[in-house]
Design a protein around this ligand. Structure first.
Ligand SMILES: NC(=O)c1ccc[n+]([C@@H]2O[C@H](COP(=O)([O-])OP(=O)(O)OC[C@H]3O[C@@H](n4cnc5c(N)ncnc54)[C@H](O)[C@@H]3O)[C@@H](O)[C@H]2O)c1
Length: 256
């Protein structure tokens, strides 16, 4: 598949890595439905890139029935979907104990719910829609790419929930790829290191400088379009399936 033929759902497409993916797909001639909660940012993007290629469907990825309705809308308005890129996510940190007091359980649950359950929720509904696609000349009906993180492997102090959520994304990629293989649907994940998005840009300059210095090469934060470029490689390379690819300049995160 190439990006010009893509009819994509990009969750979290109003910002950061999702936004870069939307930009790349639209520039290549594909069509996108953004599932996000940030209507203002999505509308700005649509004003900039044009209504012909992008629609915004306000969707909380954690909500089962909302995602079902939104996928139906996307299928109707784009004429089907053959790509999902799961980028919606939150990074709320929290130590297990803070001055001896345990973290509130719902803080842990919220991160798991958005990052892991939300990704699965969109996959389960999108896979059902993709199953109905006519296969292309390579037998493909669709591609699903989720966003993990290097924190799935080297979580830092305060990242128990985030690391667990991203570890879940890594772990579910192979069993879902195995199951959907019979339908010609490939399932991949990307584990970014430190990327230059609003999630990280809010940090002080000194923190960004020390984070950049920790990347062996190139010694800088990753650019959102480098994530989108990897999404494109995954879409166009039919042998990539059931795997998580690190995109991190060889960084290995330290305990803190
Ligand atoms: N930026 C990094 O360094 C980095 C590194 C590794 C992994 N990641 C992962 O990449 C993904 C994208 O991160 P980003 O840096 O672009 O973040 P971002 O904050 O710029 O974008 C995330 C988007 O997700 C949306 N969102 C949040 N909760 C949602 C929900 N319940 N339903 C629908 N949309 C929701 C937000 O509105 C936002 O537009 C996340 O999963 C993040 O964990 C980011």
């Amino acid at each position: 598949m190439d990006l010009s033929k893509v009819k994509a759902v990009v969750t979290g497409g109003a910002s950061g890595l999702g936004e870069a993916t939307v930009r790349r797909i639209v520039k290549s001639g594909g069509k996108v439905a953004i599932f996000d909660l940030n209507a203002d940012r999505a509308k700005k993007l649509i004003d900039e890139l044009g209504k012909e290629s992008i629609i915004y469907i306000e969707t909380d990825v954690t909500n089962g029935s909302q995602v079902e309705q939104s996928i139906d809308k996307a299928v109707e308005q784009l004429g089907g979907i053959n790509l999902v890129v799961n980028c919606a996510g939150i990074g709320t940190p929290g130590k297990v104990l803070s001055k001896g007091t345990p973290i509130a359980l719902d803080q842990f649950e919220k991160v798991i719910k958005v990052n892991l359950v939300g990704s699965f929720n969109v996959i389960r509904v999108a896979a059902s829609a993709m199953q109905k696609n006519k296969p292309n000349e390579k037998g493909e009906r669709g591609v699903i790419v989720s966003t993990a993180s290097v924190a799935a492997y080297e979580g830092q102090i305060g990242q128990a929930a985030y690391s667990a959520s991203k570890g879940g994304v890594v772990s579910m990629t192979l069993p879902i790829a195995r199951e959907l293989a019979r339908d010609g649907i490939r399932v991949m994940a990307i584990a970014p290191g430190l990327m230059e998005t609003p999630m990280v840009e809010g940090l002080p300059d000194s923190a960004i400088a020390s984070l950049s210095a920790a990347v062996p090469f190139p010694q800088r934060l990753g650019k959102p379009d480098e994530f989108a470029q990897l999404v494109e490689s995954i879409v166009t390379n039919p042998m990539l399936n059931g795997e998580t690819i690190r995109l991190d300049g060889a960084i290995r995160m330290q305990p803190k």
